[in-house]
Write a protein that binds this ligand. Structure first.
Ligand SMILES: Nc1ncnc2c1ncn2[C@@H]1O[C@H](COP(=O)(O)OP(=O)(O)OP(=O)(O)O)[C@@H](O)[C@H]1O
Length: 274
């Protein structure tokens, strides 16, 4: 399905959804220190969709994990919705989707989506309705009774997204959710994710290796480089909505993809002619 909802209102410059100021993350190890993130500065506005792109090891997952309070920064400032990541986590301000679907094989699709609601003891009367609503949102209402192993990889990731949205978080963090899928399935799911983002008005943080995917989905693409991991540049994606197959074939799409590619090449130390 292609996105048909009206363009979202982004860049609400009130309280940023995420605020990074000189953020640093150094992993200390027996073999020496790894500077996974150096002096990162970024504000993500409410309702934006930001992609993080860059070579392997440049700190994309680290940045996402910091936002999700899965690890603590070694320096700098990080606020999620104006609060510390720990507080944001307690208040269920974000949902997290991992690279692999991470579903419980012995629970049905519905019960996987219900899991966080069960754990948090959400009132029983609303739990089921909420889980069904989320499955509908990701286009899987007919699969509630199936088990994860009966679904394709793409469908499993949609269940993961439904589960991450169960608490109605403001921020949806996704770490290469479609990385293992074939190109056409990924393009289809990009369209679905864009629709979902527009329908829900969530703020999106998305890690990817795909330039097309990043440009198609995002309001801005954050290009990162490695050794040490840092933000090399940010590309504004001014493609109109709705975005669809034609969007990917438009001259502006190619211009923006080229811009992202040039920043990536600069980060790699390649010249334009290499
Ligand atoms: N828990 C950890 N302990 C030690 N080093 C770590 C840890 N997590 C990440 N690193 C190191 O930090 C750097 C950044 O890793 P990160 O996983 O954030 O990169 P990435 O950009 O997401 O890579 P990829 O695209 O391959 O997933 C790497 O050099 C990695 O080895």
């Amino acid at each position: 399905m292609t996105a048909t909802a009206p363009a979202p209102t982004v860049r609400d410059m009130g309280q940023p959804a995420v605020h990074l100021k000189d953020l640093n993350m150094v992993f200390r190890g027996a073999q020496g220190d790894t500077v996974a993130l150096k002096d990162a500065n970024l504000d993500i506005a409410q309702g934006e969709f930001i992609s993080l792109i860059g070579p392997s090891g440049c700190g994309k997952t680290t940045l996402l994990r910091l936002m999700a309070d899965l690890i603590k920064p070694t320096g700098g400032e990080l606020l999620v919705g104006g609060k510390s990541p720990a507080q944001a986590r307690q208040e269920r301000a974000y949902g997290y989707v991992f690279q692999a679907p991470a579903l419980l094989e012995w629970r049905t699709v519905l019960n996987n989506v219900l899991l966080p609601l069960d754990v948090m003891n959400t009132p029983k009367a609303t739990r089921q309705a909420r889980a069904h609503e989320m499955l509908k949102l990701v286009g899987l209402e007919g699969f509630a009774g199936r088990y994860p192993w009966q679904l394709s990889g793409g469908m499993q990731q949609r269940v993961s997204i439904a589960r991450a949205l169960a608490f109605d978080p403001n921020l949806l963090l996704m770490d290469e959710p479609f990385g293992a899928l074939d190109e056409i399935t990924r393009e289809h799911l990009n369209g679905e994710l864009l629709r979902l983002w527009q329908e829900t008005g969530k703020t999106g943080g998305f890690v990817t290796h795909g330039i097309s995917e990043a440009v198609f989905l995002s309001t801005r693409v954050v290009v990162m480089t490695s050794r040490p991991g840092k933000i090399e540049g940010v590309v504004d994606i001014d493609l109109p909505y709705p975005r669809n197959v034609e969007t990917r074939e438009s001259p502006r799409f190619f211009e923006l993809a080229t811009k992202v590619r040039e920043l990536l090449r600069r980060g790699h130390g390649f010249d334009a002619d290499d």
